[in-house]
Ligand binder design. Structure first.
Ligand code: T4K
Length: 408
């Protein structure tokens, strides 16, 4: 990293970028190639490439055992897992979801013709606010979909109490949460069902992939059929279905990454702890601290307080990007402000003040495979430098306009 001594060293102001190549959020961890390639050779030799082959079955068994859940139904991605979970659970009408989530959450609901009803979040945990959920229940509500945002458990017990009182289902988008715990129990084993993602950017990856996790035998059986065109045991369609099967090569990747899981989680914890230590005490930079339960702090999240720093989150993002620090403003601007939702229900925006405020402040810093301790130190030093020199940077930027924040 090229150190910064004066603001003219900032790449956005004419200096050399701090990093020669880009630092990403959620860079895939390196997989044990020899083990993966041996498995790929094996599946090629066997000529069984998809449709519930041995690696998919092995992955499903291992995940179910590790998480302590009766059924794991592997799918081609996390979004398909959400869609099949919703349909297999028989949800209809309205489903209450937080707006502060990846857009796949409401899209899965809407794709099936149901209505996502957006809910506000807690300012500290960034998770769905149970008090706000209560206010959104209507006669059309059939479920609450909690999201374990940043991979940390959302308020499961409070949501379960509401769901029971109202006689509605409770399902979870656990896309970011694979392998994490809540009060000693694995996420994926709560509610009627949960859906996880094994996307390339997740610590345990199958390139693309996902799974439905449930203790409900009927739901699991329906989900298995639905992911395979709705076919029953005699190859006849018994219900409407789709093709959401996981391939053998994806499952071979998953089985290999499961073997590495503990080491990968430990690597993420080391990065998270280093960021926590090195960002400590920077005025206006609030570090998101995970519960002690979280084994895999995969996202490193800060909230940047413009009123303290004197620069907006988006200006800081532009400065970082110029330095090859490709931080991300997940999940800006909140799903309620994205199409089609903002036009379907323009009133919602005014009702989600915490989501709006958090979405304007959050920045995810580089994480994932191959990120070195000196690189983390460099990112922290850069952020510290920008904050310390905010007034001068702001004055200079008045003259040199920066491009907008870039990819959210
Ligand atoms: N629900 C929630 C709460 C979710 O967070 C997600 C997915 C879902 C549902 C749906 O699950 P999936 O259907 O995706 O299984 C990423 C991921 O694509 C997405 O899986 C994830 N959440 C979301 C939070 O982030 P993008 O568009 O921001 O990712 P992308 O392609 O920009 O990748 C992020 C960074 O990783 C890049 O800066 C570059 C790096 N990268 C990415 C890929 C794919 C690599 O270095 N190598 C790679 O192969 O959505």
């Amino acid at each position: 990293m090229t150190p910064k001594r004066s603001i003219s060293d900032l790449a956005a102001l004419g200096g050399i970028p701090a990093f020669a190549s880009p630092l990403h959020v959620g860079r895939p961890h390196p997989v044990d190639r020899s083990r993966l390639l041996a498995r790929i050779e094996d599946l090629l030799d066997r000529r069984w490439l998809t449709n519930g082959g041995p690696y998919v079955q092995q992955l499903e068994r291992q995940v179910a055992t590790q998480l302590g859940v009766r059924h794991c139904v592997a799918t081609c991605n996390g979004t398909a897992a959400l869609e099949i979970m919703i349909r297999a659970a028989g949800l209809q009408g309205e489903v209450i979801v937080p707006a502060f989530t990846f857009v796949a959450t409401p899209h899965a609901i809407r794709w099936l013709g149901l209505t996502p009803v957006f809910c506000d979040i807690d300012p500290h945990t960034h998770a769905i606010d149970p008090a706000a959920v209560e206010r959104l229940i209507s006669p059309q509500t059939t479920a609450i979909m909690g999201v374990h945002i940043w991979g940390q458990a959302c308020p499961i017990e409070e949501l379960a109490a509401i769901a029971e009182r109202q006689g509605i289902a409770l399902v979870f988008d656990a896309a970011q949460a694979f392998g994490n715990l809540h009060r000693g129990r694995c996420l994926g084993s709560f509610g009627t069902a949960e859906a996880v993602s094994f996307h390339a950017t997740k610590t345990v990856s199958t390139f693309e992939g996902g799974a439905i996790l449930t203790d409900n035998d009927r739901l699991a059986d329906r989900a298995r059929r639905m992911r395979n065109f709705g076919l029953g045991d005699d190859d006849q369609a018994e219900m409407v279905g789709t093709n959401a099967k996981m391939s053998e090569v994806a499952a071979a990747m998953g089985v290999t990454m499961l073997e590495q899981m503990d080491d990968l989680f430990a690597a993420n914890r080391a990065v998270y702890r280093q960021y926590a230590a090195e960002l400590h005490g920077i005025p206006g930079v609030q570090f998101f601290e995970y519960d002690a339960d979280v084994r895999n702090p995969q996202y490193v999240v800060v909230e940047l307080e413009q009123e303290v720093i004197g620069l907006s989150r988006d200006t800081i993002l532009s400065l970082l990007r110029a330095e090859n620090v490709l931080a991300r403003r997940y999940f800006f601007p909140g799903c309620h402000r994205l199409m089609p939702y903002r036009s379907l229900d323009p009133q919602t925006r005014a009702q989600l003040p915490v989501t709006d405020a958090v979405a304007d402040r959050v920045l995810c810093l580089p994480t994932g495979g191959g990120l070195s301790a000196p690189e983390v130190a460099g990112v922290c030093a850069l952020l510290r430098f920008v904050v310390a020199n905010a007034a001068a940077v702001s004055t200079q930027l008045g003259k040199d306009k920066l491009p907008a924040g870039g990819k959210p």
